[in-house]
Design a protein around this ligand. Structure first.
Ligand code: WQD
Length: 336
């Protein structure tokens, strides 16, 4: 029996594949490598000494995707595959709706057809919209402020309707806060295409001299130093959270959403300072205008995941920065 991992070559997917293989699971990866690199899976196999089946397939290709279900004995699915750049989703909403939602529906229909009803779904704290209150708990109202966030929210709603129609489904929805860091080997890590949208990969590219300086998007927020505060979580902690969620969906029916965060927020300038200490490199920055759509402060209430998944993050900001730096300094051009 195998675990199907869609988007397994991506940043979070590849780190989760390592944890799955090291826990003894047999895995199958489906990825179209549109926003990832097959090299990441090669390195996953090198790090673990294990192997996996890899299918270069888009979730929009139902004919090829069905062959994966026909040819393998799949017992559960961890569904990462999806586009996740907020700005890109605003420019190309139909591309995002088609890729993320139609792709997910194709997957769920085949799971239903082949009686594979155990699912861990990769969602995002972005479904909480512009929350003024922190910490954020899973029962907070849901909303979205951009097409990417709306795809995550819609897929969560689809899953809630699905389980109402068939109570045999077992679904864990995982809402990530801000994943950063890398596997301690320094062999895999975040490898964004083009100029990074997110803070940590931008900082690390400034540190290695690929980018000149960091633009800090506003220092007039109502936070202790005026810059945005986020709940940064080590990607390995996040990966381990998926294994706990997988165990849950293997053992009981129902649907639950869980925050995967640390419950602690760090500001932009705090992260810059932590990275300078970890790398020994100065990160020059300039304060500029706020980025449209950004909120001041966001961090998780983590009690539900601790109580129901037996999971909590253990890696701190120093380790997140040190592990990011090790990946970046050893892979100046990512996987290329
Ligand atoms: C973090 C902080 C910025 C870049 C996004 C997505 C979210 C999720 C995680 C997928 C903010 C500031 C950033 C820069 C900066 N992705 N910043 N200069 O916006 O919290 O969340 O990534 O699920 O859906 O929205 O993360 O890393 O972009 O920003 O000052 O060059 O860093 O203003 O305060 P964000 P981020």
């Amino acid at each position: 029996m195998a675990i199907l991992v869609t988007g397994g070559a991506g940043y979070i997917g590849s780190h989760t594949c390592i944890e799955l293989l090291e826990a003894g699971y047999e895995i199958i990866v489906v990825d179209n490598f549109s926003n990832s690199n097959q090299e990441s899976l090669k390195r996953v196999m090198e790090i673990t000494g294990a192997s996996m089946k890899i299918y270069n397939i888009s979730l929009l290709n139902t004919t090829e995707l069905e062959k994966v279900f026909k040819r393998n004995n799949i017992e559960a699915v961890i569904h990462f595959a999806g586009l996740k750049a907020v700005g890109e989703s605003v420019k190309s909403p139909l591309f995002y709706y088609k890729n993320n939602i139609i792709g997910s529906i194709n997957l769920f229909e085949l799971m239903q057809k082949y009686l594979v009803k155990r699912l861990v779904f990769s969602s995002s704290a972005t479904v909480y919209g512009n929350q003024e209150i922190v910490p954020i708990s899973e029962d907070f109202p849901l909303s979205a402020t951009n097409p990417y966030g709306r795809t995550k929210l819609m897929i969560e709603e689809i899953l809630r309707d699905l389980i109402l129609s068939d109570e045999n489904w077992c679904i864990s929805i995982l809402r990530y806060f801000n994943p950063i860091g890398a596997h301690k080997s320094g062999c895999i890590g975040e490898d964004p295409r083009g100029i990074p949208n997110n803070l940590m990969p931008y900082i690390s590219q400034v540190a290695v001299g690929k980018l000149k300086e960091l633009n800090v998007f506003g220092n007039d927020y109502s936070t202790h130093d005026g810059t945005g505060v986020r709940d940064y979580i080590h990607v390995v902690d996040l990966a381990i959270g998926h294994l706990q969620a997988l165990k849950k969906v293997m053992s009981e029916t129902g649907i639950n959403a869980y925050n995967l965060g640390t419950g602690r927020g760090y500001s932009v300038l705090e992260l810059v300072n932590a990275f300078e200490k970890a790398s020994g490199k100065e990160i020059p920055y300039n304060i500029c205008n706020r980025r449209f759509g950004d909120i001041a402060i966001c961090f998780a209430d983590t009690k539900k995941a601790k109580n129901e998944l037996g999971w909590e993050a253990t890696r701190g900001i120093k380790e997140m920065c040190a592990d990011t730096w090790r990946w970046q300094i050893n892979n100046l051009n990512g996987f290329n």
